[in-house]
Design a protein around this ligand. Sequence first.
Ligand code: HEM
Length: 397
Amino acid sequence: MSAQFDPWSQEFVARPYPAYAQLRAETPVHWFEPSRQYLISRHEDVNALLRDRRLGRSYLHVASHEQMGREAPPQYQEPFWTLNNNGMLDREPPDHTRLRRLVSQAFTPRRVEALRPVVQRLADELVDAFVSKGGGDLIAEVAEPLPVTVIAELLGVPEADRHLLRPWSAAICGMYELNPSRETAQSAVRASEEFSEYLRTLARARRDDPRDDLVSALAAVEGLSEDELIGTCVLLLNAGHEATVNVTGNGWRALLQHPEQLDKIKKDPGLIGTAIEELMRFDTPLQMFERWVLEDIEVRGVRISRGSEVALLFGSANHDPAAFAEPEELDVTRRDNPHISFGAGIHYCLGAPLARIELTASFESILQKAPRLYLVSEPEYKPGYVIRGLRRLEVAT
Ligand code: HEM
């Protein structure tokens, strides 16, 4: 079985779903030696463990590395871990509760809703430029620039500096893949140092001279340390675009390969809401999230001891026949769709409303302005398994 679940193979990354089906049926709690984790593949279990307080994204709030029986990361990786461990995603209560509350004070539903017309205008401009050239790489020209611009605009990163964000983010996100190489770690460390320094300077400038942006709002929040402010901004900038780019790319690939489903949305544009949820389920952009086991637990009769790590397979949960009717079928009209692409429990995606606004704007704009879009070449996935998306999506309008 473990020969099939191979997150380092291009074939598996391109088509992980058959291996997931086998895992769910045969060993829903599967010890995977290469990454020394238990793979959890059923929807019910993934959903339950995401909400189970006996597990955490970190263990450092309750134990040291030694007490947990784990090795501390090598010293040279310190800049990456400092940055990572200062964002809310890798904190647990009570710090997580405090950080999430403080960030929510600045990242308000009003601020997000106010972005809707801005996002639509931006999506229309990008799609107009794309259509006027007759097409090209949809990832580079529409899928990427839209969420990067939106999150940079929201935070208040000046336009002249935005080209720095994607490379920093990509280098840092390399650390979230399984067993990253030393080279990946070194480039993540470099990017962490540069990104932190950049944001420290920006935050200080905004503290002295506030504007109407999120960095200024966060800089004004009481109870957030400077390192936490920087960790939060990097988290928002990275989380704020990586997955959205991949939903757009994976989603259009799925639609173009299922023309009868694409036709349904063209005939009834009111289906856009269910279609976007279905695309997020059908080709899940973030395939796996990990949790540390803080107290001994038992899952389907398998005892998992404190200090172990579980890998929650979101892509598998989203294809579980126990939770979805005909899960291998793309169905843009699917109403009963409890997908977990935005997670569950205390770390449930803070940016889900913004992601939905962005995805609705870009899909609608492409549907209206490029109704005869077609694939020019077979799209290829990037090597990453955890953050899974296409390298390019060549289409013509
Ligand atoms: C389609 C796009 C997106 C997907 C699929 C997605 C998915 C997720 C998931 C699965 C988690 C939880 C991870 C876990 O439990 O281990 C998460 C957390 C988070 N996401 Fe998203 N996300 C998306 C877009 C965004 C956007 C646009 C933003 C910000 C503007 C954002 C900000 C965050 C933050 C701050 C967290 C951490 C929440 C916490 O720890 O309490 N995400 N996201």
